[in-house]
Design a binder for this molecule. Structure first.
Ligand code: ATP
Ligand code: K
Ligand code: MG
Length: 670
């Protein structure tokens, strides 16, 4: 997607949008937009009035005048439809490029048969080797491979995906560059990640967000009020003996109601999701993008998010009376079937083949974020390795003493930001393994930016408080939670939410799924596990944990664009009253001439100029609606002041100039 960033108005998109502008005139579609729907009724009435004047009746003015008003209103409708259509067309173009990625590919099953990707069902297992296109979404159950994901991310650097751990997901349409993997299908045909995304970006499943619905209702309310205002002018005009033509009534009404925002509202929403997609973030709903704009707290994982995530064993520290060989044996045996990066790195550091230790009928205990330990049972041996507090509990529960020198070593390793893993055999502590991880470069600056936006960052980790503190300070997060189990993350989110705060969370592991689901904005990494991706409401194709910063900016930009264009829309109607009201009453009440501050040449020219301005302001603002107003992290009130000045004052003044200029041109013709 990054690779085919399109310019705002491409020729094929324009053609499609042009066609859709007419299709959308269908009153049944128009009805969803109350402001433009009333304009459509006004347009129809003007067509009837124009035809009526052809019968020779002259009290409504000439055919050409009435027909011109009709044409301008018709154009207003087309412009509003075009705004929505061009926003949708841009989404469709993205869908097409995604669709290319999803083309039929052969899949080689584990039993040697080859079938087409469309026939793959959930649970099937297929094999991919260097050069193969991965047939559909799945999880690697065996092996490791470098994969080119540029088809979906536009990023050409290959990525590594491997079984076990939190980087086991593969996406259909991506290409294996080296090695061989066994993949278990995780989706039913037609429901793959790409299928869902295509439906989404095509707008098929786009629903109005609650904010958008609220604004639509508000605008409908405005429209109703102005219908009453316009209608109540009638007795007033009769009393003043100043008959008002239907064209004048409708022109006044259309200028009074907020047509600018009414015409651009839905384009603004579509463009927001589109911008997220361009940032390589797939959003399951427009609501998530908007909510992101209001986030107060951001929860981040430590391992893999703030740090690179390949925690590597760097040193074995045996306890006082323990032989190093004995400790290494226990460390290696406990990692025999531990395919986490931690487990693999322990075997690597030991440099021993685990099979060289003969063990009978082993039972492996896999690592879980719940127990924070892993290990092996065989014959008379129970070997465990894990977080200090987890192992300490095991040791002390059996009535054994947890050695002081191990406690000291643990503190020392943690104090430097390393992760200590304590090894025990038969409930006796044997020593400590030091694991190290690297803080991602540039992360501090990114957190600084979040702080300027007023967002609190909280690091959550299963690691001990000392390690957590070290990393938190180094990375520059505002707060941290240590020794957190999966439900702790979720409970923290609940607590913040009950205090009225909106919480975002990024995660990739299955253990993050409950928290991702609970968060107001849950962003899962595309490389993450299937459970994480299903629980969140956004997926980041780039697997960049700091992507939330961009998502927040896109959300803020969306909310701001909607707010400023609403302000603009209402402000820019004021000049139109000054154009139309004097024009209506000028003959009956000459005193109203003083309101004609633009010195418009004639009543008819004034009315035409106002409706022309009202129409062309919509296409004028389409680029702004699609690109969004510029976001600057300068604090909410400064931003509001700045926008009110530009769009409020600008919206007030611009039409006085615009209408005057149009009047000069129009007066040449009438
Ligand atoms: N393979 C493993 N075997 C045994 N213990 C482990 C293993 N991997 C990690 N641990 C221990 O379990 C703790 C919790 O791990 P977990 O993956 O839940 O959190 P984390 O990786 O520290 O933090 P994050 O939530 O940021 O991923 C780790 O801090 C470590 O002490
Ligand atoms: K208007
Ligand atoms: Mg982890």
């Amino acid at each position: 997607m990054k690779s085919n960033n399109k310019s705002l108005f491409q020729k094929d998109l324009l053609n499609e949008a042009f066609r859709q502008s007419f299709v959308k005139l269908n009153p049944r579609l128009m009805f969803r937009n109350p402001v433009m729907f009333t304009v459509e009724i006004g347009t129809a009435v003007m067509l009837i009035v124009s035809l009526w004047t052809l019968t020779g009746s002259s009290d409504q003015g000439s055919f050409w005048y009435n027909f011109t008003v009709f044409l301008i209103l018709f154009l207003t409708l087309l412009f509003a439809n075009f705004a929505e259509a061009i926003a949708e067309a841009r989404g469709k173009a993205q869908a097409d490029s995604l669709r290319k990625t999803r083309e039929e590919t052969p899949a080689r099953l584990a039993d040697g048969r080859t079938i087409t990707s469309a026939a793959l069902k959930k649970g099937d297992i297929f094999i991919c080797e260097a050069g193969d296109i991965i047939a559909t979404d799945g999880e690697i159950i065996e092996g490791l491979a470098t994969i080119d994901e540029s088809a979906i991310t536009g990023e050409s650097a290959p990525v590594i995906r491997e079984s076990g751990g939190d980087k086991s997901s593969v996406t259909g349409g991506t290409k294996v560059l080296s090695d061989k993997i066994k993949v278990k299908v995780t989706t039913e045909p037609g429901e793959s990640f790409l299928d869902k995304m295509i439906a989404l970006v095509e707008g098929a499943s786009r629903q109005k967000t609650p904010n958008e619905i609220a604004l639509t209702i508000l605008l409908a309310g405005f429209t109703l009020v102005f219908i009453i205002v316009t209608v109540s002018l009638k007795p007033f005009a009769d009393y003043a003996n100043a008959p008002i033509t239907i064209a004048s009534f409708i022109a006044l009404f259309v200028c009074l109601i907020p047509t600018t925002i009414g015409g651009l509202l839905s384009a603004i929403g579509i463009a927001g999701m589109d911008r997220a997609l361009r940032a390589n973030v797939i959003t399951k709903s427009g609501k998530a993008v908007e909510t992101a704009g209001d986030i107060d707290v951001l929860l981040l994982d430590k391992t893999g998010t703030i740090t690179i995530g390949n925690r590597k064993a760097t040193q074995f520290y045996p306890a006082k009376d323990i032989d190093e060989k004995q400790m290494i044996r226990a460390a290696v045996l406990s990692s025999m079937s531990d395919d986490t990066p931690e487990g693999k790195s322990i075997i690597e550091l030991a440099g021993v083949n685990p099979l060289s230790y003969a063990v009978n009928a082993p039972r492996f205990i896999r690592f879980s974020a719940e127990t924070r330990s892993s290990g092996i049972d065989f014959e008379q041996s129970r070997i465990r390795k894990g977080a200090t507090d987890a192992i300490k509990r095991i040791v002390e529960k059996a009535g054994n003493i947890f050695p002081e020198e191990i406690e000291a070593k643990v503190r020392e390793i943690s104090g430097k930001g390393g992760t200590p893993l304590v090894v025990s055999e038969n409930e006796t502590a044997l020593g400590v393994i030091e694991l190290q991880d690297i803080i991602k470069p540039g992360i501090r600056e990114r957190f600084e930016r979040l702080r300027k936006m007023g967002i609190k960052t909280v690091m959550v980790t299963g690691d001990n408080p000392l390690t957590a503190k070290f990393i938190a300070e180094k990375a520059g997060v505002d707060d941290f939670i240590a020794e957190a189990k999966p439900e702790d993350k979720m409970n923290y989110i609940k607590k913040e939410q009950s205090a009225g705060r909106l919480v975002a969370m990024m995660g990739d592991g299955t253990n993050d799924a409950p928290a991702l689901a609970q968060a107001d904005v849950g962003v899962a990494m595309n490389s993450g596990t299937q459970a994480a991706k299903e629980a969140g409401n956004m997926v980041d194709l780039d697997n960049d944990p700091t992507k939330l910063i961009e998502v927040v900016e896109i959300g803020k930009q969306l909310l701001m664009t909607r707010g400023t264009l609403t302000t603009f829309s209402i402000a820019n109607d004021v000049a139109k009253y000054f154009a139309i009201i004097p024009a209506l009453f000028i003959t009956a009440i000459p005193a109203l001439q003083s309101l004609n501050i633009m010195a418009l040449s004639s009543p008819q020219s004034a009315i035409l100029s106002a409706v022309i301005f009202n129409a062309i302001i919509i296409p004028f603002l389409i680029p702004l609606a699609l690109k969004g107003v510029a976001y600057k992290p300068i604090g909410a009130s400064a931003l509001l002041r700045r926008n009110l000045l530009i769009y409020g004052l600008g919206g007030l003044i611009a039409p006085f100039i615009g209408i005057k200029l149009i009047d000069i041109i129009v007066s040449l013709f009438i």
